[in-house]
Design a protein around this ligand. Structure first.
Ligand code: ADP
Ligand code: MG
Length: 358
């Protein structure tokens, strides 16, 4: 037996965090009606159930919770609570072990990118019975490593586990909030269509560490731009947001329409952007378009469901570290949450977190 399999012989002891505001504000009902009976049947023990009361509550809760009383954390939410929980665990004095707590994801939000990517990778149905399939993944007890990344701007440092948006898709994330009652699919579709019709572009610069698509994960070397030694300290970006760009990095600039940095295949359950981008790969796939992209090409990407068709004027970069210097103001979101506007320095920390996955 591997240590992972031995873990499975013990009943799961779970902390469950439910965002009642997620999706069509029915996260709690979906958890109680679909997920809870499945956990009960599987003999999983729910040690504590937390219903989040406001933004930031999940982060604060996991910052002080006694993790020795549980074997894993289950989140019934969208990607926003994943972001909060990663940051709560990383804010603890025992962050090094806390971030290794297995996390299970149940898609009750309007943006369920990470769990949709996991289901897709496990050949599970993402669109129908996604909640049931997600609970099966957790009960099954298999564990997979996933990456987190540091995002630093001039005033803050946070960790992400899903996706960074700037430009059109950042606007869809934030501006479609008022369409929450429609559910994730319609909300993102209408938001996306409005943005395609307007097709605004935003001037900016992207500097990145070039790597090969099949390059295996390893920390940045000094030649790649490592400035600070972070061996025993909490991981952060080796290059500071106001440091000069390392010589070996590449820079592109122009009027961006789309900019997204993906850690996995999906950006919502209905939008698979890159079928081959896998969780835990140790690198980002940056997908971007400049303003020479046509509305037809944008629409083709929006309606393309395999994530595998290459569409002209959509460009891809593989990297483990980058700086985005957004010169024209436009919303930046990390895991679906808006952050302060300005340059960001981003760096992957491969395999730092663990997710329940078949
Ligand atoms: P969705 O995918 O539907 O956007 P998320 O899980 O990403 O769902 O959460 C959306 C936002 O809801 C997050 O910013 C989160 O902090 C916030 N939130 C959590 N609990 C509550 C609550 N009780 N009322 C309002 N907002 C909340
Ligand atoms: Mg969200």
């Amino acid at each position: 037996f591997s240590p992972e399999q031995i873990d499975r012989l013990e009943p799961m002891q779970l902390l469950v965090i439910i965002n009642p505001f997620s999706g069509r504000k029915n996260g709690q009902k979906l958890f109680q009606n679909i997920a809870r009976p499945m956990f009960d049947l599987a003999g999983a023990v729910i040690v504590q159930e937390v219903i989040t009361e406001r933004q930031g509550h999940a982060k604060e809760f996991v910052e002080t919770f006694d993790l020795t009383s549980i074997t894993g954390i289950v989140l019934a939410s969208g990607d926003g609570i994943v972001y909060e929980v990663i940051n709560g665990l990383m804010a603890r004095p025992d962050w090094e072990t806390a971030i290794k707590t297995p996390i299970g994801l149940i898609p009750t939000g309007s943006g369920n990118a990470l769990v949709s990517s996991l289901l897709y990778e496990a050949d599970e149905e993402v669109h129908t019975c996604a909640i049931e399939n997600a609970v099966f993944q957790i009960i099954n007890g298999g564990i997979k490593q996933h990456d987190i990344a540091s995002v630093c701007n001039s005033s803050s440092h946070s960790y992400i586990g899903v996706v960074i948006h700037w430009g059109m898709t950042g606007i869809v994330d934030v501006e479609s909030e008022k369409l929450r009652f429609l559910g994730g699919k319609l909300r993102n579709l209408i938001g996306g269509l409005v943005c395609i019709v307007m097709k605004r572009s935003y001037y900016g610069q992207l500097s990145y560490l070039p790597i090969e698509e099949d390059e295996t994960k390893s920390p940045l070397t000094e030649a790649e731009g490592s400035i600070h030694s972070t061996n025993t300290l909490k991981p952060t970006t080796d290059v500071g947001v106001s440091d000069p760009i390392p010589e070996h990095w590449k820079t592109i600039e122009g009027n961006f329409v789309i900019f997204m940095a993906l850690t996995s295949s999906h950006v919502t359950e209905n939008d698979m952007m890159c079928a081959e981008t896998k969780t835990g790969s140790g690198k980002f796939k940056i997908l971007y378009t400049f303003d020479d992209v046509t509305r037809g090409q944008l629409l083709a990407k929006l309606s393309e469901s395999t994530g595998a068709v290459k569409i002209e004027n959509f460009h891809e970069i593989h990297t483990r570290a980058f700086r985005l210097n957004p010169i024209s103001p436009c919303i930046i979101t990390v895991d679906g949450e808006q952050i302060d506007y300005g340059p960001i320095q981003v760096q992957m920390h491969p395999g730092m977190m663990r997710l329940y996955s078949r």
